[in-house]
Design a binder for this molecule. Structure first.
Ligand code: ZN
Length: 399
């Protein structure tokens, strides 16, 4: 019987029976529901190459766990578990917590299984001692969960800049915060009683783009994060490159030709020193931009017609474009996602970024898919990535 044209297929699976295959099959089925839901089980089978019986079995397990449910579509005939009855994610039962630790503040949020931010709070740091910073984040998370309408938390994801070792759940080194060997996973687990996963924010955002954003379906994606911290992450297909002890993506001290900005490492013209929000704000203050000490105020000044503020943002976007061009030369990704203040908010900044990248590759460079909530999404995506990679282990049954 001829098949109708299928949407782009997920990777087909090997036939050998082993635990990896089982985990991968569960992951592929839940990802298929995320991407195509509401979707019939028979369609999932066609998209994934799994047998209809196997898809039905996984869908029954996910339904039992409360991760998916039969979509409310009127049908002509009755019966339970019919292959053409569409299934979709069940957004009513669970949330995940997201924590993002930035230099001046922590963002705490709740997200649903589609990576959408349901609630968010920003906590300014009184000081950057890790114990109190993380304790306040746990308290704020408890407050958000109390208002979650009975939805249960599946876990907490924590994202930060600097050198973050995912396997040990540790912030190994974050010089701008003054953190060294901070056992973040232990501290947040003790503070919340929930499963906790920790990763670098650029890697977290690569996963967010793969699962919920514009990079869905891209064979390779690079994420460039430009805030106070400047770092990058790279994924081919579904694998995010970590390197030994998760040190991959450290681009903070790449030299920027022509820059004389002093860096904390003792050299001049490092990428992070040149592009950091602190440098941007200092330049804005020196140039007399009102409220220039705060990035949001600088953006507001540009919006209200301050030409100096607008020029500073364009210059930073152009320098970000030169960094992106360098990384494109080295890694040649299909898609480059950039999280940077001006590029997210101002078309002229995105244009300057793309101009610096060059006409051949400009179309490959896109701003973040999460302009209003990128830090909250970074935190939540750390745990959502774990869920979608191994749904049967990360699900409530395992908690
Ligand atoms: Zn440096």
């Amino acid at each position: 019987m001829p098949r109708t044209a299928a949407p782009p297929a997920l990777p087909r699976l090997p036939r050998a029976a082993d635990p990896d295959r089982r985990r991968t099959s569960a992951s592929v089925v839940l990802r298929s529901v995320l991407e195509h839901g509401p979707v019939a089980r028979s369609t999932i089978a066609r998209l994934t190459g799994l047998s209809p019986a196997s898809v039905t079995d996984y869908c029954a397990r996910f339904t039992g766990l409360g991760l998916i449910r039969e979509a409310a579509v009127p049908r002509r005939s009755g019966g339970v578990g019919r292959p053409h009855q569409p299934v979709d994610l069940d957004e009513t039962r669970f949330v995940v917590g997201g924590v993002h630790v930035a230099v001046p503040y922590t963002t705490v949020a709740l997200l649903d299984l589609r990576g959408r931010v349901l609630a968010e709070r920003r906590l300014e740091h009184r000081h950057a001692d890790p114990g109190p910073v993380l304790a306040r984040a746990c308290d704020a998370l408890a407050g958000l969960l109390a208002g979650a309408g009975g939805r249960r938390p599946l876990g907490v994801g924590v994202a930060a800049g600097g050198w973050v070792d995912r396997d040990s759940g540790t912030v190994v080194e974050h010089p701008l915060l003054g953190w060294r060997d901070v056992p973040v996973r232990e501290l947040v687990r003790a503070g919340t009683g929930l499963p906790v996963h920790v990763d670098g924010h650029a890697r977290a955002l690569v996963n967010a783009e793969r699962l919920f954003g514009r990079a869905r379906g891209s064979s390779s994606v690079l994420h460039l994060f430009v805030g106070n911290v400047v770092d990058a992450a790279f994924a081919t297909h579904d694998e995010v490159h970590h390197g030994p002890r998760s040190q991959a993506g450290a681009i903070a001290h790449l030299p920027v030709p022509g820059s004389t900005e002093p860096c904390a490492c003792g050299r001049l013209g490092c990428l992070q020193a040149e592009l950091s929000e602190r440098t941007l704000c200092r330049r804005a203050c020196e140039a007399g931009v009102a409220g220039g000490s705060d990035p949001a105020a600088l953006l507001a000044a540009a919006r209200s017609g301050d030409l100096v503020a607008a020029r500073l943002l364009v210059e930073r976007a152009r320098a970000t474009g030169r960094a992106a061009a360098l990384l494109l030369d080295v890694l040649n990704p299909e898609t480059v996602v950039v999280t940077e203040l001006g590029v997210i908010n101002r078309p002229e900044c995105l244009a300057a970024l793309r101009e610096a990248v060059g006409p051949d590759r400009a179309a490959a460079v896109v701003p973040t898919s999460f302009p209003d909530s990128v830090l909250a999404v970074a935190g939540g995506s750390v745990v959502l990535d774990v869920l979608y990679r191994d749904p049967l282990s990360a699900s409530p049954e395992a908690i």
